[in-house]
Each structure stands twice: as C-alpha cells, then as structure tokens.
Design a protein around this ligand. Structure first.
Ligand SMILES: [Zn+2]
Length: 243
C-alpha cells in the first residue's frame, strides 16, 4: 500500500467523537477511506475523500469499534509498561525482570539500594526526608541510566572486537519512538533510556545494529548481511517479547 495519500494536501479537517472515541478526520483528494492509529499518542486518524458523507464515517467507525478499542488498549498497555509509578510495591522492570519499589527513610542523602542478583527483588528508594515524585523520578532515572551504561560498557569490548571498529562515544538519551541512533561520521551512538526495561539480548542487538550503520548507512540487504555476521541470532532477539 502506498503511503503517498497521507502526504496529499488536506482540504478540510474535522474532529469527531464516535462511541467515546475521538477521531480526527482529514479530507483529501483521494478515492478511498483510510484508517490508522498513531502509535505515539494513540490518535485515531481517518483520511477520507472530499465530500465523503459523515454518516458513512460514523458507520465505518461503528464497524471497526471493537478492533479500535482493542488496538488502543494494547498500545496504552505498552506505553504504561515504561511508565514508572512511584508507590510502595509498584513493579518496575530492569532488564526485563520485575522488581518491586520499596521505601526506606534512613539515608540523609536520598539514594537507591538495589541487588540485581535477587530474583523478584526490591528496588529501595531511601530518603530520611520525604522527597517529591519529581525528585524520586530524577534519582531513579539517574540510577537506571547508570545500570544501562554499565551493561553497555560490559558488552562493548566484545562488539568492538567483532566489528573491528570503535565507537567514539555512546550516550543514553530520552527518545520518543526509537531505540537507538548514530552519527556515522563521528562514530557516536545514542541509546534510548527506556532500553533499561528490555531484555539484555535486545539491548545488545540495538547496539550492534548501530555499529553496523558505521559500515552501511541504510537498511539494505547488505546491512542485514553484515548485522548477521556480527550477531547471527539477531532475528530471534530483534522483536522483544516484553509482556
Ligand atoms: Zn537502523
């Protein structure tokens, strides 16, 4: 299916609410009706031919209602998985293993206690004085980024040996929809901070994927051939099952 119709000029736009679903409709010079959900913000978007009757759009949405609600719930669940709730006993995933948030009020300087070797263990936020959710988030983000960086540092020598190339610097960054990116000329790599919640093999895959871009900039057949040379099982780990 060609995506070009999404790029066509919007003649008219309208927001509708149908059965509790907010739907943005754009009318364009096209022949058919198209429906999509934007992953990033769960926005439901319909692209319709100019003069397409509203009553038929209502009918169309009615028919798709079950599918739409199921798809939205799935996307929202995925979003929530990476959203940390700061409350006693709330789960938090580190390298795809679940830990439980606990609070302690002993340390004068707020800090985090964590033992990754205890399965179903705890991540303890320790502060003598009460600290705001914002401060907790900052503390935990810093801690999680350090965990992620430790892991990246631990697998880096092996990847550099295999690819026979060195990365100038690796950064961890908040990213909206991507897991990694790179600057080929400067040999820099950016890894998404949300990777801390994913399986280690997947993080390794993302890193090797970015390293492979140092040789092949696009996602051509040549790129995947090279990637396979560096990570023969990449197809098994590139789509993590994080449920
Ligand atoms: Zn890529």
């Amino acid at each position: 299916m060609s995506k070009s119709f999404f790029k066509r000029k919007v003649i008219k736009a309208q927001s509708l609410e149908i059965n509790g679903l907010k739907i943005d409709v754009e009318f364009k010079k096209i022949k058919k009706l198209y429906l999509k959900i934007l992953n990033k913000n769960c926005q439901i978007k319909i692209t319709a031919p100019i003069n397409f009757p509203l009553v038929d759009i209502f009918k169309f949405v009615n028919e798709k209602e079950d599918w739409l609600k199921k798809s939205l719930a799935k996307i929202q669940k995925h979003h929530q998985q990476n959203q940390i709730v700061f409350q006693e006993n709330q789960p938090i995933k580190i390298f795809n293993k679940v830990f439980i948030i606990k609070y302690l009020n002993q340390s004068i300087r707020p800090k985090i206690h964590f033992n990754p070797d205890i399965p179903n263990g705890e991540i303890i936020i320790d502060s003598k004085n009460s600290i705001s959710i914002d401060e907790q988030r900052k503390l935990l983000t810093k801690f999680l980024r350090a965990q992620l960086m430790n892991y990246i540092d631990s697998i880096l020598p092996e990847i550099e040996a295999k690819t026979k190339i060195k990365a100038q610097k690796i950064f961890i960054k908040k990213m909206q929809s991507r897991y990694g990116s790179c600057n080929v000329l400067e040999k820099r790599i950016w890894m998404s901070e949300k990777l801390i919640h994913y399986p280690k093999e997947f993080i390794k895959y993302v890193l090797i994927h970015e390293f492979t871009h140092f040789f092949v900039a696009n996602h051509s057949k040549k790129f995947y051939q090279m990637l396979e040379k560096f990570m023969p099982n990449f197809r098994e780990v590139m789509r993590p099952n994080i449920d």
